[in-house]
Design a protein around this ligand. Structure first.
Ligand code: ACM
Length: 703
């Protein structure tokens, strides 16, 4: 990782020293085949190789690809606290990269042998050699107890992947990540044989890729005022207006990321969303909009906006021009055009769209979306590329060569494979890494449902409905990191790994080689290596479980939301700088319970509350937000003992708290309560905005 990226993570408290982390990660001795994803075949031999502190990686003379792989191996090995290696073209090395046929076929197959004299990696292809080198990297950087000699057990490995698409999606639209971070993510992926980075570059809240022909896409589309009171009060002295959040990738930066990934045998698949998720684009170029008066500013709410592109020929050409520039930057076979969540209201309401639909002889708006996607598919095919889109592209008829990314469960993948189309599995919620991965209060914000490492590992990427012939259309699987609630790079790293390791293993390893206990142990080693490299992978409980420790205090993550409508762990919008509270709340219903609180001897309760903007586009469902009858203009926090239908024992006005955009502590007497009882907290408020949420609750002994 470049020094500036390392510094960035260090500021976030991620990296200690490589040696310290490696030393304390795992007391277990290295086991043969201790590689993640677990290799297809491992044979153990007597003895082992003692890893020296320095040495060479030997590559065949004149083999530029092998040399590049060796340089990356040397770099990653040093970064993870392993031996200092240099690249040489003659003699024996600590590692020897060789061009030879191997047992398994396929572009990524390799063989590896550890003997008492070194590690030999063999493959006929560039990709196979790189994958084998990453296995060598793991063996060279095995975490070990302090003072223990680095001895790799003698072994042979024959290995090849199960699936060709082992992906992670990074949403750089909702929040921007630096090129340095993206390169660090690519390192983490490549080190574990993940091979597709799906890069979500455009959405309602931002357009992040420079398009030379249409500069306003980024001049306007890459910048927004974040939602909420905090950002509204954060005035930029240069403009006298609220400070803008944003950024974009120049084509030169994107090319550099693509090249960096290619050297690590990772393909970057760009996504340009259409015909929905188009707010930022239509704010920049209103002539593209289906609605008559599109918003002039890029919006900052989450959820699904109604904004669609119109279906004029000029708009189709505009988007094809965009795709042409995208193609020139990204050499990937696949180009992702989104296609998801295009609510058809604006098309239904637009006389121009309706007239064009009629003129084209198209029956309804679903078929119109299908026509739109067909136009893009034809365009991409004419340039030798293939279209991939979210499973909504099945609606109204799938374009001939289109590939389907199934996110609404796996039914889209099943339908696509049955119809003879290729498909990638990335079902919500299991492969949606914006879900928090444990119930611990230390977890960063995310969707409320816990998707633990164990949950991801339990995902079965072989739908039983498919025949073996249809299964051949399953390209593989991918996890998606949407970043509405993932504001920082450190948090993105935390959400991606170690869960990304489970995707790597499900995608690479043969089903008979999978096993939770071995994987969990190896995942801790991989987390230690990544953290040693300055990439702050999560150290959350693998099973996602958390048990509260303090009998008198509950963080909001230790309370249970009363309902399960849209439960999110949301970060406060204030203060703009510094630590912010995180609130676990159902945005449709402000109600929490503390099960079995010990109330004997308790005289009062202290509740820290905060307010959040209701910045969620949920359409008509906004009418279903529970408000409850309030007595004051700002509303009240109500406390009940027993259950949520009992009369309140305390009603605390929010008048003072309303003046503070950050967290405010409220206090109420709790006289006469005793025994173990449930506590229920609800908010009565006159309007949807703001959402009131609890940061923590503390019971105060009676004096
Ligand atoms: C998606 O989550 N809308 C693909």
């Amino acid at each position: 990782m470049p020094a500036n990226a390392r510094a960035r993570f260090e500021r976030l408290g991620a990296a200690v020293t490589a040696a310290a982390i490696l030393a304390c990660a795992s007391p277990a001795a290295a086991a043969p085949g201790d590689v993640t994803p677990i290799p297809a075949e491992v044979t153990v031999h007597a003895g082992g190789f003692r890893v020296p502190e320095t040495g060479a990686i030997a590559v065949p003379a004149g083999d530029a690809a092998a040399r590049r792989t060796a340089e990356i191996l040397a770099d990653l090995t040093a970064k993870a606290g392993g031996p200092k290696l240099s690249v040489a073209t003659a003699g024996r090395g600590v590692v020897m990269l060789k061009r030879e046929r191997v047992k398994f076929s396929g572009d990524e197959a390799y063989a590896l042998a550890v003997t008492p004299t070194g590690i030999e990696v063999r493959a006929p292809t560039d990709a196979g050699l790189f994958r084998g080198a990453m296995s060598a990297w793991q063996l060279l950087t095995e975490p070990r107890p302090p003072g223990a000699a680095a001895i790799i057990p003698a072994q042979t490995i024959d290995d090849a992947p199960r699936f060709g698409w082992r992906g992670l999606m990074l949403d750089s639209a909702r929040h921007y990540q630096s090129p340095e971070f993206i390169k660090a993510l690519i390192d983490a992926m490549a080190a574990h044989k993940l091979n597709v980075l799906h890069w979500h570059l455009t959405d309602d809240q931002a357009w992040r890729l420079e398009i030379r022909k249409y500069p306003k896409l980024t001049d306007v589309g890459a910048w927004r005022v974040p939602a909420g009171e905090g950002p509204a009060r954060d005035i930029d002295p240069a403009t006298g207006k609220p400070r803008l959040y944003g950024g974009f990738y120049t084509q030169a930066q994107a090319r550099e990321i693509v090249a960096y990934a290619a050297a690590r045998h990772v393909t970057v698949v760009p996504e340009i969303e259409m015909p929905g998720h188009a707010s930022a684009a239509v704010a920049a170029y209103p002539q593209l909009a289906a609605a008559p008066n599109p918003p002039k500013d890029v919006p900052a709410d989450w959820g699904v906006y109604p904004a669609l592109f119109n279906v004029e020929e000029g708009t189709i050409r505009f988007l094809q021009d965009v795709l042409d520039e995208v193609i020139a930057v990204f050499p990937s076979t696949y180009i992702h055009v989104g296609g998801d969540e295009a609510v058809k209201d604006q098309w239904k309401a637009s006389p121009q769209v309706q007239a064009r639909m009629k003129a084209l002889g198209i029956a309804d708006e679903h078929h119109l979306q299908s026509w739109f996607i067909h136009r893009m598919e034809k365009h991409l095919s004419s340039r030798g590329r293939r279209l991939i889109g979210w499973d909504e592209i099945l609606e109204g008829g799938l374009a001939p060569n289109a590939t389907v990314m199934s996110w609404r469960g796996i039914s889209g993948a099943v339908a696509a494979a049955k119809a003879g189309h290729d498909t990638v599995l990335s079902p919500a919620p299991t492969l949606y890494f914006d879900h928090r991965q444990s119930a611990s209060p230390a977890e960063p914000p995310g969707r409320g449902k816990v998707i633990s490492l164990k949950d991801v590992y339990a995902f079965d990427p072989t739908p039983s409905e498919l025949t073996p012939e249809q299964q051949r259309h399953l390209l593989g699987l991918q996890a998606n990191l949407w970043t509405e609630h993932v504001r920082t790079e450190a948090r993105a790293a935390h959400m991606m790994f170690p869960r990304g390791l489970a995707v790597a293993e499900l995608g690479w390893s043969r089903p008979e080689r999978l096993g939770w206990e071995g994987f969990e142990r190896r995942s801790k080693e991989s987390v230690a290596r990544l953290r040693a490299m300055g990439f702050p992978a999560a150290q959350s409980a693998s099973d996602g479980v958390h048990t509260p420790r303090d009998p008198r205090r509950r963080d909001n993550r230790e309370l249970a939301p009363c309902t399960d409508k849209i439960v999110l762990a949301l970060e406060d919008d204030a203060p703009v700088r510094g630590e912010r509270a995180v609130f676990l709340t159902d945005i449709m219903e402000s109600c929490w319970t503390w099960k079995d609180a010990e109330l004997t001897g308790i005289g009062a309760i202290r509740i820290r509350v905060g307010q959040l903007p209701f910045n969620f586009q949920i359409g008509e469902d906004i009418k279903k937000v529970t408000l409850r009858a309030s007595k004051t203009p700002e509303g009240e926090l109500e406390v009940r003992v027993g259950d949520c239908k009992a009369p309140p024992v305390a009603v605390i006005p929010l008048t003072e708290a309303a003046k503070n955009p950050a967290v405010t502590e409220l206090r109420a007497a709790l006289p006469g309560a005793s025994g173990r009882r449930d506590l229920c907290f609800t908010v009565a408020r006159p309007k949807v905005e703001p959402i009131w949420a609890i940061a923590s609750v503390e019971l105060e002994p009676a004096r």
